[in-house]
Design a protein around this ligand. Structure first.
Ligand code: ATP
Ligand code: MG
Length: 393
């Protein structure tokens, strides 16, 4: 079957007035972005609906999976067109559609017609009844159920006839661009790409920061983070990735602070630096992949200590997730295979044998005073010499 268009269904709860336009326009923008490279399409808004019309040949599976990555889409209905919808021809086209779309015809159905073309000789009720009768005659296995049909057959008569009856589920969520921007602390692990995906799903534009410690972390570790950003960008749209050279700061911490506090102090400087870039970029929050108790630096006390350096809200969407739950999402979004590539990240080299698990913020602040004369300059240097890569799928 060759579908000429897709009708896009989206959640409408709370969509009124100006919000509705913002939502729809962002959705259209994201649909166009997702379909880049999949063929030529016209994406239009008409009477509170969004249509994707194919203007060239396309691969059905590729287009459906691209649309399934667009947050805000609740359902995708493949549509066939009927240019000449004079009654007999309409019956033939609708019948052929049912014939091809449903191999097994043992199902119940209901016809739901809508006419934008008010000059049509039959009103909607007549179309429903007469088309139902035509289909029952042509396919005796079918039966009608007007209350709970297995198949709701939609026929819309506009400039063309539009026929559809199947709904492929979309990802839900809200279109990226409807809820501001946040800064993701993106490492090469499993958790942070999932965290970025989850916040993007709520309509938030994602920017990212990665802390790189050459030569202790390799170019391949950095490339892995770029690859992960590109994977998240398949859902979130282009991601601006800031790569911070963190080596000197890590060495200074190593040199001047108690080793059991290294991780926590390092995490605090990561948050501070990420927040600084976030504020420059007008991001409204930070995102991390932390989950309570997962490692020493993610106990409640450690989270409190890292959180204490931030003024922006820190969003931790996987905070209550078990590792397996996170892995499930990681696999679903296609990040897992990349995340588990064995390149060291910058934390592993400077880890103490016995890191504090219940850091005391006062004690940590005391240790950080050992850095007070050099750290501001080092942070400036790290921020000013950062590398920026725009990551697109
Ligand atoms: P992940 O799987 O996301 O790497 P993790 O289990 O390895 O997480 P940690 O290393 O404790 O956990 O990091 C916690 C969070 O801190 C990460 O989810 C990420 O948001 C951030 N983070 C850690 N290392 C880096 C880094 N090198 N660059 C940027 N952010 C980082
Ligand atoms: Mg990590």
């Amino acid at each position: 079957m060759k579908y000429e268009a897709f009708l896009i269904k989206y959640g409408e709860i709370g969509l009124k007035g100006k919000n509705r336009y913002i939502f729809e326009d962002a959705l259209i923008r994201q649909i166009r972005f997702a379909l880049k490279g999949a063929g030529e399409f016209a994406v239009t808004k008409e009477q509170g609906r969004i249509y994707v019309d194919a203007l060239s040949d396309y691969d059905y599976d590729e287009v459906v999976s691209a649309l399934q990555r667009v947050f805000g889409i609740v359902g995708i209905c493949p549509v066939i067109h009927c240019d000449d919808y004079s009654w007999d021809n309409l019956c033939r086209v609708v019948g052929d559609y049912i014939d091809e779309a449903y191999e097994d015809k043992h199902f119940t159905f209901k016809v739901e017609a809508r006419r934008a073309d008010k000059s049509y000789p039959k009103v909607s009720m007549e179309i429903n009844a007469d088309m139902g009768e035509y289909l029952l005659n042509r396919f005796p296995e079918l039966s009608v159920d007007v209350h709970k049909p297995d198949v709701l057959l939609n026929i819309e008569l506009r400039a063309k006839g539009h026929i559809y009856s199947k709904t492929i589920p979309g990802p839900g969520g809200m279109p990226v661009g409807t809820n501001g921007k946040a800064m993701l602390l993106l490492s090469g692990g499993i958790d942070s790409p999932v965290a970025g995906y989850m916040i993007a799903k709520r309509g938030v534009v994602i920017e990212a920061t990665y802390f790189h410690a050459p030569p202790y972390t390799s170019e391949r570790a950095k490339q892995k983070v770029v690859d992960l950003a590109k994977i998240v960008a398949r859902y979130a749209g282009p991601i601006k990735l800031n790569i911070i050279n963190f080596t000197d700061i890590q060495l200074a911490i190593y040199d001047k602070c108690p080793h059991e506090e290294l991780t926590i102090i390092m995490r605090r400087y990561m948050m501070k630096i990420a927040e600084r870039i976030a504020l420059e970029s007008k991001a409204l929050g930070l995102i991390t992949g932390e989950s309570i108790g997962q490692v020493a630096s993610q106990t409640m006390q450690s989270l409190a200590a890292t959180n204490a350096v931030c003024t922006l809200p820190v969003y931790r969407p996987v905070i209550g997730f078990d590792k397996n739950d996170i892995i499930e999402i990681s696999e679903k979004i296609g990040a897992f295979e990349t995340s588990i590539q064995p390149f060291e990240d910058c934390c592993t080299i400077f880890v103490a044998k016995h890191p504090v698990t219940k850091p005391n913020i006062k004690a940590i602040e005391r240790s950080e005073r050992n850095l007070s004369e050099i750290i501001d300059g080092m942070i400036d240097e790290a921020v000013n010499t950062r590398e920026v890569i725009i990551c697109e799928p």
